[in-house]
Design a protein around this ligand. Structure first.
Ligand code: FMN
Length: 278
């Protein structure tokens, strides 16, 4: 009798292990909650524009989960930066910025760096890369153009080829920091994803979420010694056309570049400020 129980136990553990490995198997990802099918293109590592994968897919280096700057330091140093040098941003830095903006931080449900009402995740993130704006570790630069960030694979999908910074700058009421930046991260909101569940109230949730993603980009840029500014003044239809977004409305353009000067706040300065106002 005992022996039978033992065999039953061994078989049960075996079946459970098999089920768990199936659940984790990448090809069966659709079985996992919160996942929609990943694109079937072959991922390629970005070593040069020529090595771009099938359908213009560039997989980013994995993001670092530890950094050198504390949250307090990033908060006190964060400032809107509009003056950039002509130095490029590296692919590793771009990877870090996009992960901070809307990257995955929990792998069962694909939860992200930003909170989201009901986990509806209404944002689509695009990046418009300037000619010579993003350097590759192997030498050379990422091909200029507009790319969509696929958060599930942490890869970029080429949407439009060519240097679009002048056109994006015009669409943003000729704000020159959009043209001068090495790259522009453009945050789109696809309202239906959230209004489908929350009705009219969903609109405000989408705007709030864009704010979360924008602040993440600000803080990550600061921690990397880069500069950015949240640009909200632009012609929506023009931005949509330039970026080539499939759906949604543009909510923010975040130019990113190497700042000409870095901002910092001194402790004494803050103390004097508060004392004066007490
Ligand atoms: C909703 C929103 C829209 C903004 N739009 C623009 C813009 O179109 N152009 C720009 O240069 N700065 C823009 N800014 C940045 C603000 O000018 C900036 O945050 C403000 O001057 C405070 O400076 P700080 O970010 O350095 O603290 C925007 C900020 C927010 C929150």
């Amino acid at each position: 009798m005992r022996r039978r129980w033992f065999i039953f136990l061994v078989l049960s553990i075996g079946a459970l292990a098999a089920a768990l490995s199936l659940y984790r198997f990448p090809g069966l990802d659709f079985l996992r909650p919160g996942r929609r099918g990943a694109p079937a293109t072959t991922p390629a590592t970005a070593t040069s524009p020529a090595s771009m994968g099938v359908g213009g897919r560039v997989c980013l280096p994995l993001p670092r989960l530890r950094g050198d700057m504390s949250l307090e330091e990033a908060l006190r140093r964060r400032r809107s930066v509009r003056d950039y040098s002509s130095m490029p941003v590296s692919l590793e830095e771009l990877s870090q910025l996009l992960w901070a903006a809307y990257g995955v931080t929990e792998t069962n449900w694909s939860l992200k760096t930003t909170p989201s009402a009901g986990g509806t995740y209404p944002l689509d993130i695009y990046v418009v890369v300037k000619e010579g704006g993003v350097s590759l570790s192997s030498g050379g630069f990422l091909a200029p153009g507009s790319y969509r960030y696929d958060f599930r694979s942490h890869c970029l999908e080429l949407v439009r080829e060519g240097d679009l910074s002048d056109k994006l700058c015009e669409a943003a009421l000729a704000q020159e920091w959009v043209r001068d930046a090495a790259l522009n991260i453009v945050i789109f909101g696809v309202y239906e994803r959230t209004t489908r569940r929350y009705g009219e109230r969903g609109y405000r949730y989408v705007y709030m979420e864009a704010g979360h993603a924008s602040q993440n980009i600000y803080l990550q840029a600061t921690a990397l010694g880069l500069g950015t500014v949240a640009v909200g003044a632009f012609y929506d239809d023009e931005v949509k056309r330039v970026v080539g977004a499939a759906e949604g409305e543009p909510l923010y353009i975040m130019p990113v570049g190497r700042p000409v000067s870095l901002y910092d706040l001194r402790e004494g300065e803050l103390r004097r400020y508060y004392e004066k106002n007490r």
